[in-house]
Ligand binder design. Structure first.
Ligand code: ACO
Length: 427
């Protein structure tokens, strides 16, 4: 490809550099365009705009490829621990044995919350959505950990990152315990990251909790599959919020707020609700027809993706995990039968083929989480827990990027032009 792109506006010609990454489409560098040509570019939803450079995650949406620091997601989901993936995303390479031990030790030594934070929980209504609690409590961390908020110091940034990764399972489990009126269960550091989370969620102080290895493994996969996904809406939110130099804990709370939406992290909850509403395979055609009807706002939840125009590679691992978990728990769930059948029908339907709509990561994850015993409103909280690793990795990368600037999108103004104030009795 040429190394310059030219743009003609009327009789004026402008040249922009073309930059290449290590994979993926080249980008046209328009940073000087406004200064030279006096025009902005228009791209709502950033469908054609690279807002940053990043070396963390690569997605080829047409081919259904997802790589973290070069490693395919299916290899990581099958072979690595969540601690290895967290280290990889944060530091750039898989850890050697001693590095992994040190990292795991550090994370487990940050799992407890400042005791006073438990009083925050008591301020919430018992029926509060766990994401509302997560937003509030994670934002409140900024009032507790003052020794890790100098973002210009890489050491302090790493401590804040470790704290966030370590405390998020405790925060999410406490949100659940609070909602069902059970006592909080403190972390137990000799368990794995996921084993500890399961115990804090489903254990009670009155008796020992045995971690089931199949469920622990399913949670490990789910956490790895959700750990990062390059510049998605919540990660971009974290980057934009942090671009002003804001407190890291508050910025992660902003990411949680964005993730809560049904078009993003809330989709697995919505997908399971939809599958339950469909109820049985015979009703699928009715819902497929609704999804295709332009007059009907209904969409097949768990289908389609902004970037993947092929099978989401994470959905394949999820499907396998769903089968394993239901088999282990001896559950025969009509929702899984409905999901399998719906997938088969949609994949053969012209509407879905033409629009390249395939199951995404959320299509099967709800079936698994519900079988494990999580209520649907905890699903997005689990996603936030796992995605925290990606958020802090992207945040660290952004702060250390010399090209980093405060994020300040421009606009195409369509409101009234200047007019004079009219006193209220003359309007
Ligand atoms: N069901 C039916 N039709 C759909 C669906 C769907 N799930 N998704 C997209 N389409 C159609 C749209 O109606 C549109 O049709 P048109 O071109 O005739 O207008 C076309 O496909 C393109 O859709 P857009 O909304 O423009 O695509 P976009 O890339 O903006 O949306 C999104 C991606 C938001 C994920 C969308 O596919 C969707 O709403 N899916 C359901 C929600 C969901 O599962 N979200 C999870 C995303 S993954 C994640 O966050 C982890």
């Amino acid at each position: 490809m040429a190394d310059k792109a030219s743009l003609t506006i009327g009789d004026r010609n402008f040249e922009c550099d073309i930059l290449s990454g290590s994979a993926g489409p080249d980008v046209i560098d328009i940073r000087k365009l406004y200064g030279q040509a006096g025009v902005f570019t228009y791209d709502p939803g950033f469908t054609s705009t690279a807002a940053c450079q990043s070396a963390i995650t690569y997605i080829d949406g047409d081919e259904g490829v997802l790589l973290h620091r070069g490693y395919p997601i299916d290899q990581l989901a099958e072979q690595s621990t969540f601690m290895e993936v967290a280290y990889l995303l944060l530091n750039g390479d898989l850890p050697k044995q001693d590095e992994l031990e040190k990292f795991t030790y550090t994370i487990t030594r940050h799992t407890m919350l400042h005791e006073q934070l438990s009083t925050f929980y008591r301020g919430f209504r018992r029926d509060a959505h766990p994401m509302a609690i997560m937003c509030g409590v994670v934002g409140a961390l900024s009032a507790f950990y003052h020794d890790s908020t100098d973002i210009t110091d890489p050491k302090q940034r790493m401590i804040a990152s470790h704290r966030l990764i370590a405390k998020m399972p405790t925060i999410a489990a406490m949100a659940y315990k609070y909602s069902i009126g059970q006592p909080f269960v403190y972390p137990q550091n000799d368990l794995s990251y996921t084993g500890n989370f399961l115990r804090m969620t489903f254990g009670v102080p009155a008796e020992p909790y045995e971690v089931d290895p199949v469920i622990e493994n399913a949670m490990r996969r789910i956490f790895i599959l959700h750990a990062d996904h390059e510049q998605n809406a919540s990660t971009s939110t974290v980057r934009l919020a942090s671009s002003s130099g804001a407190n890291p804990f508050a910025c992660i709370a902003a990411g949680i707020a964005c993730l809560w939406g049904p078009a993003h992290g809330g989709a697995n909850e919505a997908a399971l609700n939809m599958l339950r509403e469909i109820g049985r395979p015979e009703r699928i055609p009715e819902y497929i027809a609704r999804a295709k009807d332009k007059e009907d706002p209904f969409r097949l939840m768990g289908f389609g993706h902004r970037v993947y125009k092929n099978y989401d590679p994470r959905a394949k691992v999820m499907q396998k995990t769903a089968e394993e978990v239901l088999d282990r728990l001896g559950i025969s769930d009509p929702v899984l039968d409905t999901a399998r059948e719906l997938e088969q029908i949609a994949l053969k339907d012209d509407y879905f083929i033409e629009k390249k709509l395939y199951p995404n990561v959320d299509f099967y994850s709800g079936v698994i989480l519900s079988a494990i015993g999580f209520p649907t409103d905890m699903f997005t909280a689990l996603f936030a827990l796992a995605r925290t690793v990606g958020w802090v990795a992207q945040w660290n990368e952004m702060i250390s990027d010399p090209d980093q600037k405060i994020g300040r999108p421009r606009q195409l103004y369509t409101g009234p032009t200047q007019r004079d104030y009219v006193p209220v009795d003359q309007r």
